[in-house]
Write a protein that binds this ligand. Structure first.
Ligand code: ADP
Length: 541
């Protein structure tokens, strides 16, 4: 029987359904913790029966700590359930809540504590009965969680009944704990005998730890055999610590209260109650840190976007105004040529041609801007960069040959495939190659070489370099080549590199330019390597 599909976004419960490396580390940490516990258990065994004095403060302090841990764990699990709507979580939360609530009457039923608080204990059997309730209920709830986990359907985030379910479960747990308390307190003397006196257990008691151990082992086995995730690992550690507690309380210390073994068992009980709580808190803290980092990055990106948008709109206004003004001048001139007698048709035709040329330029500017803002996320595929670079180069080889440029392709077979929009990716490489060829055609001395390489950078991402032996980009110009409308070419648009950078950044990468000695420019960009689906792999569109 396999696990049903678990919602992918439950941080604690399902973020790493496939046990990734971090989960394996967590499993190793959990196993080391258990080894330490078993060693401690062995170390305590020889002195386990040594009687210690009953401390008036220690027992209520212990019970309060366990109660708080259990209740806070339940609250965190319920809040996870309210967000992720994954049904097994509320069963586990109920288990923690019920187990936690039984701690209050358990403590109050101790004759010593009842006496200190000024009322008489409800009877010799009540403490053991509350203990039994906790011992059996918690592993039973965990077993129910483990069983439900396998058949639970995918979370339904639109289900509006989640809050109602949380309140129903909370009320049910509180009601069950209150009813049990009332029943045990009022019938303490007629309950089957678990204790022979205030310190020693009766033979009947032995069935309780035995049943608890069996429930624990069943729950652990069920969790271990299915698909495990982060939460399960820590629930299993809680159960294992719980087992050690039972062994210490029931077997090593022979059920005698206030011995070294008994107190060590209580310590294990506290550890068992806090394991999942600590794990949940650590996860929540990590989540908050990630969220804060993401928000800061998002704010910075938004600010950068706003300022580059301002720069872009100013440049667009400047670039478009000029052809529009020239179109108006030419149109007025055309009208004047037509009003002449006879009309100057040749001059009018020339004015109209200039208008067409300016209109065409505005059209190209608008197409360029649209291309920059098209992130093309819906059209991404797994791309083999080497094939794509070869295809791009094939289109330019003849021009390069005609211009006397020797082309060197250095395509590393370990260059990673990337998830990208093939059309945009190809336009970026093509732009860089055509710029390099054009740069080497202008007053060039010495050998002309175009080198295009692919490889994997230190971070394991794809790196593509287009390097030429042209005049290079002067240091004082530097990054300005990526600004909109920066051009040194006659009839240039100055939008190519802006487009390249926008595309590379939309793919999560970086594009930069540097100078080459003795001469030339080197444009380098990276695209993050990701785990790619095997299907749908292409070198180009
Ligand atoms: P355009 O090609 O229309 O000028 P680009 O944005 O592609 O627009 O290029 C902007 C400017 O960057 C170019 O005009 C040129 O001055 C400079 N440039 C681009 N590539 C190179 C290169 N390989 N070598 C030297 N300068 C370059």
């Amino acid at each position: 029987m396999s696990d049903a599909r678990i919602p992918e976004d439950i941080p604690m419960a399902a973020a790493d359904v496939r046990l990734d490396q971090a989960s394996r580390r967590r499993e190793r940490a959990a196993i080391s913790l258990l080894v330490i516990l078993v060693l401690a258990l062995l170390g305590i065994t020889p002195v386990a029966n040594h009687a210690l004095a009953h401390s008036g403060i220690l027992l209520p302090a212990y019970a309060t700590a366990v109660l708080m841990c259990d209740v806070v764990t339940a609250v965190l699990l319920f809040s996870l359930f309210s967000v992720h709507a994954w049904p097994p979580l509320h069963i586990l939360a109920m288990g923690y809540l019920f187990a936690g609530l039984t701690m209050a009457p358990w403590t109050l039923s101790f004759p010593e504590i009842a006496a200190e608080l000024g009322f008489s204990a409800p009877g010799l059997q009540s403490t053991a009965w509350f203990g039994a309730l906790r011992r059996l209920a918690f592993p039973a709830f965990v077993l129910a969680y483990a069983i439900m986990k396998r058949s639970a359907d995918t979370a339904d985030h639109r289900d509006p009944s989640r809050l109602r379910l949380i309140w129903t479960c909370t009320a049910a747990a509180v009601l069950a704990a209150a009813s049990a308390t009332w029943l045990i307190f009022t019938n303490a003397d007629s309950l089957p005998r678990f204790m022979v006196d205030e310190r020693h257990v009766a033979a009947l008691w032995q069935y309780v730890p035995m049943a608890s151990v069996l429930l624990c082992l069943a729950a652990m086995g069920w969790l271990w055999s299915g698909k495990r995730h982060r939460l399960d690992i820590w629930v299993m550690v809680a159960l294992a610590t719980w087992l050690v507690e039972i062994i210490l309380l029931a077997y090593v210390s022979g059920g005698t209260r206030f011995t070294v073994g008994w107190w060590a068992g209580r310590l294990c009980g506290l550890a068992s109650s806090s394991v999942v709580l600590v794990a949940l808190l650590a996860d929540t803290a990590a989540l908050h840190a990630r969220l804060a980092r993401a928000l800061t990055a998002e704010r910075r990106a938004r600010e950068a976007r706003v300022s580059s948008l301002e720069a872009l709109s100013a440049s667009v206004a400047h670039e478009v105004n000029q052809p529009v003004a020239s179109m108006i001048t030419n149109a007025n001139a055309g009208l004047r040529w037509l009003e002449r007698n006879p009309p100057e048709l040749d001059e009018t035709r020339a004015a109209l041609q200039r208008i067409v040329h300016d209109g065409d330029r505005i059209g190209r500017i608008i197409r360029g801007i649209r291309a920059v803002f098209d992130r093309g996320e819906n059209r991404r595929h797994a791309i083999d960069p080497n094939r794509l670079v070869e295809d791009c180069m094939a289109e330019w080889r003849r021009d390069a040959h005609r211009a006397g440029i020797s082309v060197e392709l250095q395509l590393d077979p370990i260059a990673p495939k990337v998830w990208a929009n093939p059309v945009q990716f190809q336009q970026v490489v093509t732009n860089l190659i055509s710029n390099a060829i054009q740069a080497m055609q202008i007053e060039h001395q010495g050998p002309k070489t175009l080198r295009v390489s692919t490889d994997r950078d230190a971070a394991g991402d794809l790196r593509i370099v287009v390097q030429d032996s042209g005049p290079g980009v002067p240091a004082e110009v530097g990054d300005r080549v990526f600004e909109p409308f920066y051009t040194t070419k006659q009839g240039g648009m100055g939008m190519g590199l802006m487009f390249c950078r926008a595309v590379v950044e939309a793919h999560g990468g970086r594009l930069s330019v540097s100078d080459v000695t003795p001469r030339g420019a080197r444009f380098e960009f990276t695209i993050p390597a990701q785990d790619l689906p095997e299907a749908d792999e292409r070198g180009r569109s």
